[in-house]
Ligand binder design. Structure first.
Ligand code: ADP
Ligand code: MG
Length: 617
């Protein structure tokens, strides 16, 4: 038999490498921006068409390439950045694998123009799918321009896999943010389909953060500075009251390279411990500088994961530095009473301008709750006493063992006890009840053939979801006028999301008087939506739009209805009166699709008498 192993032709090898390096237009953006920075550019322009599907172009004023280098730069493993394996541990450039241009050229049409300052004339090269179409001398300014057109033209599967323009543009914007934040001293401009999205002059770090995330960011930044032998930290964390439901403002840069590190992220969360509400994430923009010898960047082709020699030490330093800053700026609950009370401001109010006073209503407050509690406790005890006595008689003389077997029973007892502590007014209807609540999470009801166990949160989401959908589609909703307009601050990205959904939101009952770059003013809210929930609803909505990755068949209406249902649904852990339980059960079964939540999870399960009988066998 003949030998069967052969070396892959270069263009095939390049395509395979491209699979790792280039996932989407944003990957091209990252690689080209990094090359511009490695070329010591001071001005970098990013030009995008159709979310990068048609064009990604980066123009820099860096050092450019010679005629020969220009051609060589597209070869695989062609790099000017390292010469030997040792250099891998002395890296001060973004690139070093020499793969990016070769990979990109394997799966797109690439036009490169470049000139060094010492040369009179530059070079222009066109490559399509690894094939050089032309290379000629060209009149071009000093620096480099790389235009990548028709990405994945020769890999239809990859092209079809791309998401909607909105999603791809968001990925590109994320990459742009990361590079721009890591290099505040470099000026950047970013254009999409002819309009300028960002124009960032050379500036300091604080200015850069504020330029990218909006003017309001300035007041929320707390500086973090620390210098030790192994690690230098500089940058900012966001004050706890500005924490977000998304992780969209979490940035670690190690030696000016954006990295993802769940471990270090945990160090920050640990520093914020006790200061954040559940489900909220701190913002941070932190630059770590370490000796390049102590890290390994080469563990992932996109280089966003790195390995540290001594992670534990970094963790400890980072946590204490952040803690220290929070304490120093009176953000952590220490000594300072004024700040303490500020900390206690409900999160829903955090974005509100100080000028608008408002009335807070505790919806769960019931002046009669105590009375009821007394009444019900007695009702329950008398109800329970009788069976308890007869059960107990079974265990006479079996002191400890008896207690043990009684556990199940006492658990049931406990459940009803905690229910009577509900702040909702339980009424005397209780005695004839057909439903009860388990663990303040499930509603149990009997069926002819067995029992029904309903997840209260999911069930309520379903009810609200269908309700909102109805309102949005028939475009009639009643809104309640707010006494004082509610002003909320968001980043430009976030207000963009809200303004895209504005019409739909209005159909649910929201009334906007102003939607500008960073502020949203609301004068009316849907009936039944407490004012204090408004900012939570909108934040949830933004977070859902950002993370649910809406693709081609994404419906804004649907997402909005889902998101609002999620925000407003009864939560687990909430005690419900009997009337509320029944109302929920009835509304659920009046729904079009009662058996699943808006996110397609079961809202209830049934347990047949057969199943129960089986358990007793
Ligand atoms: P790497 O960045 O890992 O070296 P690339 O494929 O991204 O690999 O680039 C190959 C080489 O092409 C670089 O090492 C550099 O010498 C040259 N190069 C790429 N982009 C530029 C640019 N914008 N300006 C100057 N030289 C560049
Ligand atoms: Mg590179």
């Amino acid at each position: 038999m003949t030998d069967i192993i052969q070396l892959l032709p270069d263009h095939v090898a390049n395509q395979i490498a491209a699979g790792e390096v280039v996932q989407r237009p944003a990957s091209v953006v990252k690689e080209l921006l990094e090359n511009a920075i490695d070329a010591s550019a001071t001005e970098v322009k990013l030009i995008i068409k159709d979310a990068g599907k048609t064009l990604v172009q980066v123009i820099d004023n860096g050092k450019g390439m010679s005629f020969t280098d220009a051609r060589l730069s597209f070869e695989r493993h062609a790099t000017s950045k390292i010469k030997s394996a040792e250099d891998l541990f002395q890296l001060n450039t973004k690139g070093f694998r020499g793969e990016a241009l070769a990979s990109i050229a394997a799966i797109a049409h690439v036009e490169l123009k470049t000139k060094r300052s010492e040369d009179e004339l530059g070079t222009a090269i066109e490559i399509e799918g690894s094939k050089v179409k032309s290379q000629e001398v060209s009149v071009t300014p000093t620096g480099t321009s790389v235009a990548v057109k028709n990405l994945f033209f020769n890999i239809p599967a990859r092209r079809n896999f791309l998401k909607s323009d909105t999603v791809e543009l968001r990925h590109i914007t994320d990459e742009f943010h990361r590079v721009a934040l890591a290099h505040p001293n470099i000026a950047f401009a970013f254009y999409h389909n002819g309009s300028e999205l960002f124009h960032l002059p050379s500036e300091n770090y604080r200015q850069r953060v504020v330029h990218i995330f909006g003017n309001k960011t300035n007041e929320k930044l707390v500086p973090v500075e620390e210098e030790t032998e192994v690690l230098k930290i500089s940058g900012f964390v966001g004050k706890p009251e500005y924490s977000k439901k998304t992780r969209s403002e979490q940035f670690f840069f190690v030696n000016q390279r954006f990295i993802k590190s769940p471990y270090l992220n945990h160090a920050i969360s640990a520093a914020f411990e006790g200061l954040l509400k559940d489900g909220y994430h701190p913002s941070y923009f932190l630059n770590l500088t370490v000796d390049p010898k102590t890290i390994d960047i080469n563990i992932h082709p996109t280089k966003t994961e790195i390995k540290f020699d001594d992670e534990h030490t970094l963790y400890a330093i980072l946590r204490s530095a952040v803690k220290h800053s929070l304490g120093q700026f009176n953000i952590a609950p220490v000594l300072d009473f004024e700040h303490q009370s500020q900390l206690n401001t409900p999160y829903s109010y955090k974005n509100k301008s100080a000028a608008s006073p408002s009335i807070e209503v505790d919806r769960s407050f019931n002046p009669f709750a105590d009375d009821n509690k007394a009444k019900h406790t007695s009702q329950y005890t008398s109800f329970k006493k009788a069976p308890m006595a007869s059960w107990e008689s079974l265990y006479v003389g079996l002191e400890s063992k008896g207690n043990n077997s009684e556990n199940d029973f006492s658990e049931v007892t406990f459940e009803s006890d905690s229910k009577t502590e509900s702040l909702f007014g339980n009424t005397s209807v209780e005695t004839s009840k057909t439903t009860f609540q388990l663990q303040q999470k499930y509603i149990i009801s009997t069926l002819k053939s067995g029992m029904l166990i309903i997840d209260q949160n999911r069930a309520h989401q379903r009810v609200l979801y269908e309700n909102f959908l109805k309102h949005i589609t028939i475009k009639e909703a009643t809104s309640q006028q707010l006494l004082f307009p509610l002003q909320l601050h968001f980043t430009p990205n976030e207000t963009q999301i809200i303004s895209n959904l504005k019409t739909d939101l209005e159909h649910t009952g929201f009334v906007f008087s102003k939607v500008s770059d960073e502020d949203i003013t609301i004068t009316g809210v849907p009936v039944g939506v407490p004012e204090s929930e408004v900012s939570i609803i909108l934040e949830q909505l933004i977070s859902d739009v950002e993370t649910d990755v809406p693709d081609a068949n994404f419906s804004a209406t649907d997402l909005l209805a889902k998101s609002m249902a999620k925000s407003l649904a009864i939560k687990n852990g909430q005690a419900l009166s009997h009337t509320e339980q029944e109302h929920l059960v009835n509304s659920l079964f009046a729904c079009k699709e009662p058996n699943v939540s808006p996110t397609n999870r079961p809202t209830f399960i049934t347990l047949g008498v057969d199943d129960i009988e089986k358990k007793f066998m």
